[in-house]
Design a protein around this ligand. Structure first.
Ligand SMILES: Cc1cc2nc3c(=O)[nH]c(=O)nc-3n(C[C@H](O)[C@H](O)[C@H](O)COP(=O)(O)OP(=O)(O)OC[C@H]3O[C@@H](n4cnc5c(N)ncnc54)[C@H](O)[C@@H]3O)c2cc1C
Length: 399
């Protein structure tokens, strides 16, 4: 594996990107910001046809006692995403640096023992109380974290000058002709071409790449469903519960809470009204993403574990006439880290990938886009070399 980028890109600065989700739009933005011309192809009709259509999700760090590789990379990724959100998005409607309380269920999460530049701490009594949790609840506070609506970020990144997006373009095959990579439809018609091709089509990348010599990135699908509803219904229910029990209404946390699942409230739902969200399910070996009633039940149980008194008060929200759902396919790799960079720089020059974001695409895709562009432009990489090698796609290259 070669993670030495001293040579950089010497060809024309034109890239073709397949996939307009968080990964593809981040690559497109990072390249176009460095004066590349970028063409993006996506099979969907508009933003969010893949996992990045998630209505709302979290950019939050991962902590471990030894501040392991996953923790360090995720922290760098969260930092990159929050900076990008600050630059491109509307605070309060598209994202917020809200902080995230982690209900440390089973005490499994432990903070780093030494000072590692981590921004997480034990949650204070006031933060635990604000979440409506009992005072002895084990909890962490991630101050440098928040919620994001991924579609908004994708849309903003694709609007970068120099990026052209073509919707409704399903790529069925790719081929190298002389120094150019070509994307073809099912009839063999050329949909786009450029000297650099970045495949960012998540799990579908496998169909395009699996027969190429040298390709061995073990991408897997991991279906997930989030359940959501409207704040207006929720608040009425919480008031009714309080009246019936002659107690104060259960507390809605003023920030997202995660643990085994995550709860976000007061964030615009897909049609604009303020909503609440609980997710998400994890289902392996499933390549379709229908919304399922049984997954709403699983998310209801998740809420009951994460925020017990709120979960009790929110039972009516899970009635079939109230509950909404969104499901998508995450694209995962065995070590929960993505695959970025050349697929095999020797055998497949000019073919790069940015995929395998798993359950952390919000936290990782922007960083991967920057890594891609910095490596091509021979600039300082946004991660130290001892971390780059853990995300570099060529770690999987077949020799
Ligand atoms: C339920 C759920 C909850 C999640 N919650 C969080 C969270 O809270 N925080 C977090 O960080 N992450 C979360 N994630 C993960 C995150 O959504 C993903 O990691 C991220 O969206 C992946 O982005 P992507 O661009 O790699 O893939 P996608 O968004 O799937 O984009 C791939 C794109 O490629 C296009 N495409 C595919 N095949 C072709 C083809 N042949 N030709 C042309 N175009 C093609 C698709 O149309 C799609 O637009 C969640 C995911 C799910 C499912």
């Amino acid at each position: 594996m070669n993670t030495d980028h001293a040579s950089g890109w010497t060809g024309p600065r034109h890239a073709l990107v397949i996939g307009a989700g968080l990964s593809g739009s981040a690559v497109a933005h990072s390249l176009a910001s460095r004066a590349w011309t970028v063409t993006v192809l996506d099979q969907g009709d508009s933003v969010g046809s893949g996992a990045s259509g998630l209505p709302a999700g979290l950019a939050a760090p991962h902590v471990s006692p030894d501040d392991n590789v996953l923790s360090r990379i995720t922290r760098a990724g969260v930092q990159a995403t929050l900076q990008r959100a600050q630059a491109l998005l509307q605070c309060g409607t598209d994202w917020a640096l809200s902080g995230v309380l982690e209900h440390n269920i089973g005490g499994k999460r432990r903070l780093p023992t030494a000072a590692h530049g981590a921004t997480s701490t034990s949650a204070s009594a006031a933060q635990i109380a604000a979440a409506g949790l009992p005072p002895d609840t084990p909890a962490l506070w991630h101050g440098h974290a928040g919620w994001i609506r991924p579609r908004q970020l994708v849309d903003a990144q694709l609007k970068t000058k120099g990026v052209q997006v073509h919707w409704g373009q399903k790529v069925s095959a790719i081929a190298q002709r002389a120094d150019t990579w070509v994307a073809l439809d099912a009839q063999g018609k050329t949909l786009g071409q450029a000297p650099l091709l970045v495949v960012a089509s998540a799990f579908d990348s496998l169909t395009l790449l699996q027969n190429l010599p040298g390709f061995a990135v073990p991408l897997n699908p991991l279906r997930g469903q989030v359940s959501f509803g409207l704040m207006s219904d929720l608040e009425a229910d919480l008031r009714a519960t309080a009246l019936a029990n002659n107690t104060p209404p259960p507390k809605l946390p003023p920030f997202p809470v995660n643990g085994q699942g995550s709860f976000i409230s007061g964030v615009p739902a897909p049609h604009g009204e303020l909503g609440w969200f609980i997710g998400s399910t994890f289902e392996r070996n499933c390549e379709q993403a229908p919304v399922r009633i049984e997954d709403h039940a699983a998310n209801q149980m998740r809420l009951a574990t994460l925020l017990p008194s709120l979960g009790e008060a929110m039972k009516p929200q899970f009635r079939p006439d109230r509950i909404h759902g969104w499901a998508g396919l995450r694209c995962t790799l065995p070590n929960r880290l993505p695959a970025v960079g050349p697929v095999d720089s020797q055998q497949l020059p000019g073919l790069w990938i940015s995929a395998g974001m798993g359950a952390r695409g919000i936290s990782l895709a922007v960083l991967c886009g920057e890594l891609t562009a910095a490596a091509l432009e021979k600039q300082t990489l946004p991660l130290p070399p001892d971390l780059v090698k853990h995300v570099w796609a060529e770690r999987y290259a077949r020799t």
